[in-house]
Ligand binder design. Structure first.
Ligand code: G3P
Ligand code: CA
Length: 273
């Protein structure tokens, strides 16, 4: 079988929806994820943060203001408080909708557990990229909790037929090392930002890490990086690939996975050949 990391050899890049179909629905809501799969995405990406009472929730920012109607820092708030907030109206206000929307999932906070439970229940082998945002106040509790959650869904033993294909991603080599030590079979992705690469960019990756996750801004500037990492036997994922020209560039370069806010556009573009 072709693995996620060898996909480029066979066809176009696989499409992973960044925070769900976040161009259409509020990011990190179950609806955004369901929509991505309905469009035919190969997988989804989510960010996770630890609450004050040690639950992993799917939230990108350190604070809740941008994507909810609450205030404060995620890691200082308890799950019950976060669950009370509205996580969708910042994107689509109920009064702007053509028809009343009574879907209880519309504005609900998503926990990693609920996301994984939904994906496992749907079946198949979707790619699930979980990015740890590791607030330092928690020490290594983020990674410990993440491994426990993956284990509870039997998703910590690498790729297996009929099961979601989970990868843990981080910009922090230390965070990835911790995951590797706790659970050596979980595939890891080292993220690299164009703003300040956290790696030497010579094509090598830290021990136990099989994939590099490159910022599209870096790929535009240094497209040869893709070949360099491939030559060392590593998979190459690129984020966040929303523009048509960037999708074409990733296809030309033989990128394995594009992570995009616009899964429908990416799927249509790649299908058009
Ligand atoms: O997929 C990687 C990408 O999500 C990293 O950046 O800030 O969107 O989490 P960010
Ligand atoms: Ca992310």
């Amino acid at each position: 079988a072709v693995t996620v990391e060898q996909h480029q050899a066979t066809a176009t890049p696989l499409v992973v929806a960044h925070r769900g179909a976040s161009d259409e629905e509020a990011e990190h809501t179950l609806r955004a994820y369901r929509k991505a799969f309905a469009h035919g995405a190969d997988g989804v990406e989510c960010d996770v943060r630890l609450t004050a009472d040690h639950h992993l929730v799917c939230v990108h920012d350190r604070r809740v203001e941008r994507t909810s109607n609450g205030a404060g820092v995620v890691s200082t708030l308890e799950l019950a408080r976060l669950e009370e907030l509205d996580w969708a109206s910042w994107k689509t206000r109920p009064e702007d909708l053509e028809a009343p929307d009574s879907d209880p999932e519309r504005a609900r906070l998503l926990t990693l557990r609920r996301l994984l439970a939904t994906i496992v229940e749907e079946g198949g082998e979707p790619i699930v990229l979980v990015e740890t945002k590791h607030p330092t106040r928690h020490g290594d509790d983020v990674e410990k909790t993440l491994v426990q959650v993956l284990r509870s869904f039997d998703l910590d033993r690498g790729d297996r037929p009929g099961r979601p294909r989970v990868r843990v991603m981080s910009f922090s080599a230390r965070a990835l090392q911790r995951v590797h030590k706790l659970s050596p079979q979980v595939p890891l992705v080292h993220l690299v930002s164009a703003k300040g690469p956290s790696l030497p960019l010579d094509g090598t990756l830290p021990k136990g890490v099989g994939v590099v996750g490159l910022d599209i801004a870096l790929v535009r500037r240094k497209p040869k990086l893709v070949r360099k990492f491939r030559k060392h036997g590593h998979g190459v994922f690129v984020w966040t690939v929303d523009e048509t020209a960037d999708l074409d560039l990733c296809r030309e370069l033989g990128v394995d996975v594009v992570i995009t806010n616009r899964p429908r556009r990416a799927i249509d573009r790649f299908a058009a050949g």
